[in-house]
Ligand binder design. Structure first.
Ligand code: 13P
Ligand code: SF4
Length: 345
């Protein structure tokens, strides 16, 4: 394949498309190239099962960030969405970071365009800006501290009392953190389309069929759902809960890809993906961005080492600081940080 057609593919499709000979052993070839090139594959729990099964590490946003920061592999192939691969590059810039499909975005990220966010910050001077990791590098660069779903309450609690706080972009997570910490915050009005699509009516119908089922949810879900959940947590925390809890049936409100890893870690329990409003056919919720990644794309990404994540150095450096603050707070529970409130830049 020549360079010109690869560039055209990247521009038009977001990935390099190559017809593979019939019978290509994708798994075998990916594992071979991974070893040859000293690459590591990091995969989020929402990835397709076959991708999770070839990954060196499968985890939630925080776990994946830690892995990315600490790896000495020459190449990080990030089987997740764009903001996750960008985070890996911000944290470990000397590695080549690849993503199988450049179009793998996130509705939370696109709900928070950098120019509008800059304007929002400048209209709230003196506020500490807490940003959920599901945002662009540019938005991270405007933030004081980043959080993930597993440490959002801890991050907010680490900010000295009395300092006004902006929380962006997920308003559901923001509301949940306000309830948990008792801290008032100015919320950006963004949402995850997957977690907003769950149907409480359909979930209640399932609960009638399985009266002993425990309903658990990711904090990106709507308040009315979270009020019904017996446990709320990040993807890793949801898996941890199902492993520890003695119940036999669970209805899980997060992206359905998580069930693959849950089923690997938990045997003999019935795990049901919470159904979405319009989704009558498979009664499950999938993130179309996460599902853009395929074994074929991982193969061509490793083979040609594109698409690669490139971030302008001034933005990377500004985005690094709030990520490092998050890591510090996560690693030292109880740590208090009073990040200098940000002038919109
Ligand atoms: P966590 O991986 O932190 O649970 O977040 C889920 C998510 O929506 C990632 O896009
Ligand atoms: Fe973004 Fe939601 Fe998809 Fe996660 S599940 S990547 S938050 S759109």
């Amino acid at each position: 394949m020549n360079a010109e057609s690869m560039i055209r593919d990247l521009e038009e499709k977001g990935f390099v498309e190559e017809e593979l000979p019939a019978g290509t052993d994708l798994r075998g070839e990916i594992l071979r190239m991974k070893k040859e090139k000293n690459a590591v594959i990091l995969a989020h729990y929402y990835q397709r099962p076959e991708i999770q099964d070839i990954a060196d590490f499968v985890g939630d946003s925080l776990g994946l960030s830690r892995q990315a920061a600490g790896t000495d592999a020459d190449i990080i192939l990030f089987a997740g969405v764009h903001f996750m691969a960008e985070t890996a590059k911000i944290l470990n810039p000397s590695r080549k970071v690849l993503i199988p499909d450049l179009r793998a975005g996130c509705s939370l990220e696109s709900s928070c365009p950098p120019d509008k966010f800059r304007d929002f910050i400048s209209r709230h001077p003196g506020h500490t800006v807490v940003t959920y990791i599901n945002c662009s590098a540019e938005v991270k660069a405007m933030s004081d501290i980043i959080c993930t779903s597993s440490n959002a309450a801890q991050v907010v609690a680490s900010i000295e009392p009395g300092i006004p706080v902006i929380f962006a972009p997920d308003h559901n997570l923001g509301k949940y953190v306000m309830k948990k910490t008792g801290r008032q915050m100015f919320l950006w009005n963004g949402q995850c389309d997957v977690h907003e699509a769950f149907s409480m009516d359909k979930i209640n119908a399932l609960r009638k069929i399985y009266p002993s089922a425990k309903f658990i949810a990711h904090p990106e879900s709507e308040e009315k759902l979270l009020e019904q959940a017996v446990f709320i947590g990040s993807t890793s925390a949801l898996i941890g809960f199902v492993k520890k809890d003695p119940s036999d049936v669970f209805i899980v409100a997060t992206e359905a890809g998580i069930l693959h890893q849950m089923r690997k870690e938990v045997t003999g329990k019935k795990l049901i993906a919470a159904p979405a409003y319009e989704n009558n056919t498979c009664a499950c919720s999938e993130c179309s961005f996460m599902k853009l990644n395929t074994m074929e794309k991982i193969y061509t990404t490793l083979k040609y080492e594109i698409p690669e994540i490139i971030i302008p150095e001034p933005i990377r450096l500004r985005a690094l600081l709030p990520l490092q603050r998050m890591m510090q707070v996560s690693e030292q529970p109880g740590l208090s940080v009073a990040p200098a409130s940000h002038a919109a830049n």
